[in-house]
Write a protein that binds this ligand. Structure first.
Ligand SMILES: [Zn+2]
Length: 419
């Protein structure tokens, strides 16, 4: 079984690297001609810059990925896991404390290993292309705050789950799922008040006329939102976005200030109309339900596997702690999940199309959304020439060129002439 698992891991890893390589080659060999909608926005110079940006990102991703593969191999197949498991078991007696230490230390190590990459990404790579706006001080304070918030959440979520496992050994899968589902709903409600303000400053829109436009759009879409806010994303990065979040009475529209800088108001409203489409088409609810069903199923499967006691033998081990077995299961789930990626990407692209169609109906044209998206691609130096197979497997949104052509095709040609 150990050999089988190792082969499966190597196979998935090989496929992932092959896809990256395919995508990279495709971008470099594409003839790089763009439809007329891109004419005034993206010239040869921009394309060169976005190529260089993508290549730099690919390189960093490759190093990071390769490092991750080596560590995984060492940990699971090179004898580190049983050693670590015994070490942690020797420190404390309580199985709950053992589990918390087991995962907590691993997460800390992961954070430490990821730190140089994060520093390099922000202060070298993103800075070179003019995206980074974060000071080192802000980076440090972000790190400390996320450590604090993450640590507290980890203690509650993992500690609570482990306690349930030892309190209700015959039915813990249902209790753990219920506990996590309740906690995530609770966080969905509280995060805008408790967690997000720790990192970002939310203020009313600086342009009152834009707020009027947003309110009109919300009315037209039949969406009731409490607040329309802008967020100071520009303190960290030049990348831009808009989102619509919340459930029940805490629904709110949030616009990145960078988005407001980069787009004209009518384009921004079209982007927002797309976001409202996700809400009105029930995508947010579907995603919530889907993730809860997956969580329920995973909890039950984990329960069955852990009860059977066959997991240690899969790695050729005599014994492995509860936490060690959960880790092994999580790793297996991520492997199996890879085969599920194309399906969920396809599903997501389908929803994006539906939201685009909703935006066209609401705004009366797809032109503003199209020009807005082209501008965003220009500002974000997006890759405009992804490999179709890469798109099929990973892309949660339709690739931009295809999306813009689709939007234009759906938009009735206006009688107006170009001045
Ligand atoms: Zn979308």
């Amino acid at each position: 079984m150990k050999i089988l698992l190792l082969s499966l891991y190597l196979l998935v890893t090989a496929v992932r690297f092959a896809l990256d390589w395919l995508n990279l080659r495709h971008r470099q060999q594409a003839d790089q001609s763009l439809p007329p909608a891109f004419d005034d926005q993206i010239d040869a110079d921009r394309l060169k810059r976005s190529d260089a940006y993508a290549l730099a990102g690919d390189r960093l991703g490759l190093v990071e990925d390769a490092g991750g593969v080596v560590l995984t191999l060492l940990f699971l197949f090179g004898g580190l896991l049983p050693w670590y498991d015994r070490l942690v078991s020797g420190w404390v007696d309580s199985p709950i404390a053992q589990g918390l230490l087991f995962f907590g230390l691993l997460l800390l190590v992961q954070l430490l290993i990821g730190m140089p990459f994060s520093l390099y990404r922000n202060f070298v790579l993103e800075a070179r292309f003019g995206f980074n706006r974060m000071s080192f001080r802000l980076w440090c304070s972000d790190l400390l705050k996320s450590l604090l918030v993450g640590g507290i959440l980890f203690l509650i979520m993992a500690g609570g789950a482990l306690w349930l496992v030892y309190t209700a050994p015959q039915s813990w899968w249902l209790w753990v799922w219920g506990f996590w589902a309740g906690m995530s709903l609770f966080l969905l409600y509280l995060s805008p008040y408790l967690i997000e303000p720790l990192f970002f400053k939310f203020t009313p829109l600086a342009k009152p006329e834009l707020e009027d436009g947003v309110r009109e759009l919300l009315d037209a879409a039949g969406v009731q939102a409490g607040k329309v806010l802008q967020v100071d994303a520009s303190r960290r990065s030049g990348h831009s976005n808009a989102y619509f979040t919340g459930i029940g009475k805490v629904k709110r529209v949030v616009l990145f200030d960078t988005l407001m800088e980069q787009l004209e108001d009518r384009e921004l409203l079209a982007v927002l109309a797309h976001e409202l489409g996700h809400w009105r088409c029930g995508h947010l609810r579907q995603r919530l339900i889907k993730s809860q069903l997956v969580a329920l199923f995973s909890c039950y499967l984990a329960f069955i596997f852990l009860k059977s006691g066959i997991l240690p033998a899969w790695l050729g081990l005599e014994q492995l702690s509860f936490a060690g077995q959960v880790l092994l299961l999580g790793w297996l789930a991520s492997l199996v999940g890879f085969f599920w990626t194309p399906v969920s990407s396809w599903w997501s692209r389908r929803q994006e199309r539906q939201a685009d169609q909703f935006a066209i109906n609401l705004v009366g044209s797809g032109r503003e959304l199209a020009t807005g998206l082209v501008k965003l691609a220009r500002e974000n130096l997006s890759n405009l020439f992804p490999h179709p197979l890469y798109v099929a497997i990973y892309y949660s949104h339709p690739p931009l060129v295809e999306r813009v052509l689709w939007l234009e095709k759906r938009t009735p040609q206006p009688p107006r002439q170009k001045a």
